[in-house]
Design a protein around this ligand. Structure first.
Ligand SMILES: [Fe+2]
Ligand SMILES: [Fe+2]
Length: 271
């Protein structure tokens, strides 16, 4: 049997409820699936926006190995020095490679696992999304070219984008060049987890890990009132006992780097 790498990927973790939910499910996943690598998108992990030292410490303690992000990554730490300090302290935190703001922070990561080296990448989309003037379509091939001679067991991309069309098109265009293209950002899981024809595991959006009784993790009444009144009311994290967990479990052939299986999990747990 081919040597297989097992990867778990959590979509956007939203605030404390999301962090607690992920921390509570990881022991069960470890026991049943025995992953070699756990990745999570943490762009909303600090009270819905960005990251802090303590939120990342929580997630390290919970067993997350690699942190991907998105347009909110620098929301909590705004000064360059603060951003640099966070990235220095958490060497497995990455930001989107085509993020426009010129701030410190690495945007690609090669991590050693028991099944060899895995390249983890993060990009943002451009459709209905104002955070990048750099096209993921041109940035991604440039990155992949740099790793051409390198012995890797898998390449995983977190594509943090709004439009389903942009995500599907990018996944299909780069099919066979990456082990998996996993969508994040919308917080709503899509029902299209699949293995594309040339072996790339794909899902348009993994969905969030956060309060279930909410609008994308935020208090429903605040979100609803923003629409009703047009006022820019401040979002608040919904603190509800039910937590929605959305993640994928992948097995990847480390010789071919192709995905052999992708399972998209959705659970509501009570904490
Ligand atoms: Fe998000
Ligand atoms: Fe986002």
């Amino acid at each position: 049997m081919a040597k297989q790498l097992k990867v778990v990927f959590f979509g956007d973790i939203v605030g404390r409820p999301g962090r607690r939910g992920v921390a509570s499910i990881i022991p069960k996943i470890k026991e049943e699936f025995r992953p070699d690598l756990i990745i999570a998108n943490v762009e909303n992990s600090a009270h819905g926006k960005g990251v802090t030292d303590s939120t990342l410490a929580d997630m390290v303690k919970a067993g997350v190995d690699v942190f991907t992000s998105g347009e909110h990554i620098h929301d909590k730490v705004r000064e360059d020095a603060e951003v640099a300090a966070i990235f220095e302290k958490y060497p497995t935190l990455i930001k989107p490679a085509n993020y426009s703001r010129d701030l410190p922070g690495r945007s690609e990561l090669v991590i050693e696992t028991l099944k060899g080296k895995v390249l983890v990448l993060n990009l943002v989309g451009q459709v209905f999304f104002r955070f990048s003037e750099f096209s993921p379509w041109t940035v991604l091939p440039q990155i992949l070219e740099r790793y051409e001679g390198e012995k890797l067991s898998a390449i995983i991309l977190d594509f943090h984008a709004e439009a389903t069309s942009e995500k599907v098109a990018l996944g299909r265009h780069f099919d066979g060049q990456l082990s998996a293209v996993l969508g994040t950002h919308t917080h709503i899981p899509t029902a299209d987890a699949t293995i594309l024809p040339k072996g790339t595991g794909y899902v348009t959006d993994v969905g969030m890990n956060g309060p279930y009784d909410s609008v994308l993790g935020m208090k429903s009444e605040v979100s609803i009132n923003r629409f009703l009144t047009g006022e820019k009311l401040t979002y608040e994290i919904a603190e509800t006992p039910e937590i929605w967990l959305n993640y994928v479990m992948l097995t990847i052939d480390i010789e071919t780097k192709k995905t052999l299986s992708i399972q998209h999990e959705h659970e509501i747990i009570k904490l």
